[in-house]
Design a protein around this ligand. Structure first.
Ligand SMILES: Cc1ncc(COP(=O)(O)O)c(C=O)c1O
Length: 391
């Protein structure tokens, strides 16, 4: 399917559907009249198989307590075999109502108040919220930006683990917002340091299905043929991939049996929640039938990315566009275009764009913004028009 065909077929008007991205602009930004390119969801409907499966299930009319059937895992494993090919095992899996919920729970379960938890800023801000809200000590080993390409500073990472007696590291892979798809070598290096110092690792791999052409995703589970499984928890979900966030279904994979028992005991005392039946119906349909839909969506994202790169290079070369390796979130460096204290005035008040501001991710990233590429080419062009005019 061509990009135009995909957009025409799946694009939906989201205003007045209680869409956070569109209908909460006044509440979140203080201005309802903005073009939204913030929060990570899309203007596109899920694959038809998803709506069909949901419609059929809803027509049944009974929504009592439900169980997860064997088909769920088999379908997911089929998806895995066709895509990233990580050797997940059925017994490792627990469900959560969201990756962020899982992060809060895992911080609670595996660390005590006051203990140190490491992140790599600029990073998805709920990581910081979970650590702070749970009264843990936030330790940051900042990513290093070399001409728009971010990498980890392993010496700093290890020194901070030792200095703060870090107990838990939350890895974002692929990385939101800087768009990196970590290589197996990068992951092996950082996981080896964690193993050496007995640091538990939570790998948030929710963006693993969004890998741009030419890049290769490696799950932390597969690194060095599973050498780090014992100290690892992986989080992923169908919600980002197929735009199903409101259906509240995500995965917690815990390979180590003792850690898994510890989590399940904790969960049985603190989380007496059912899993999301409709979320699982949708996920199963998507994992069984969503391959072509996702392939076309990635073409749309890649094309939107190239549009921004090309147009900004010509019309506003002072704006530096990061390399998009994975995710559908683009990190723009505005530091040569705008005084970093003026970013909100220029981007929101003048350009009328609702974006994720760099300062939400990290005080040192005030000169950056994050744009959402999982939208129509028309919205991307309008956003660039407004951005360029405001500069
Ligand atoms: C890295 C990362 N983790 C988690 C989430 C949200 O996951 P959930 O909606 O399952 O809480 C997002 C959403 O953008 C994300 O970028």
């Amino acid at each position: 399917m061509s990009i135009n065909e995909f957009v025409e077929k799946y694009q939906r008007e989201r205003c007045q559907t209680n869409a956070l991205k569109w209908d909460a602009l006044a509440e979140r930004f203080g201005d309802a009249d903005l073009l939204p390119l913030w929060v990570a969801d899309m203007e596109f409907a899920a694959p038809e198989a998803v709506t069909e499966a949901l419609t059929k299930r809803i027509a049944h009319g009974v929504f009592g307590y439900s169980i997860v059937d064997d088909q769920y895992f088999d379908t997911y494993l089929g998806w895995q075999k066709r895509h990233e090919n990580t050797p997940f095992k059925r017994e490792w899996l627990s469900f959560s109502t969201g990756v962020v919920q899982a992060l809060y729970d895992l911080v609670d379960c595996f660390t005590k108040e006051g203990e140190a938890v490491m992140i790599q800023r600029p990073v998805y801000y709920p990581f910081s919220n979970a650590i702070k809200d749970k009264n843990r000590q936030l330790v940051n080993s900042p990513l290093v930006n070399v001409d728009g390409h971010y990498h980890m500073d392993l010496a700093d990472f290890e020194a901070k683990i030792v200095e703060n007696q870090v107990k838990l590291f939350i890895l974002c892979s692929p990385h939101n917002p800087v768009g990196r798809v970590w290589t197996e070598k990068e992951l092996a290096d950082v996981l080896a340091i964690c193993q050496k110092h007995q640091v538990l690792v939570i790998a948030d791999e929710i963006h693993s299905d969004f890998i741009m052409p030419g890049y290769q995703f490696t799950s932390a589970i597969s690194v060095a043929n599973g050498a780090y499984l014992d100290q690892l928890i992986v989080l992923n979900a169908p919600s980002k991939t197929f735009n199903l966030a409101s259906l509240l279904n995500s995965h917690i994979w815990i390979p180590n049996e003792a850690l898994r028992k510890q989590y399940r005991t904790w969960a049985s005392k603190n989380r007496q929640t059912e899993s999301s039946m409709l979320g699982q119906v949708a996920a199963k349909a998507a994992y069984a039938n969503g391959d072509a839909w996702l392939a076309s969506l990635i073409e749309v994202i890649e094309a939107n990315y190239q549009t921004i790169r090309t147009r900004l290079a010509q019309e506003a070369p002072q704006v530096k566009v990061g390399q998009l390796e994975g995710t559908y979130l683009l990190w723009l460096d505005l530091r040569q275009a705008i005084d970093e204290n003026q970013v909100k005035t220029v981007i929101q008040d003048k350009a009328k764009l609702a974006v994720d501001f760099g300062s939400w991710f990290d005080q040192d990233s005030k000169g950056f913004i994050r744009l959402n590429l999982a939208t129509t080419p028309a919205i991307i062009h309008q956003a660039i028009d407004q951005l360029v005019a405001s500069l």
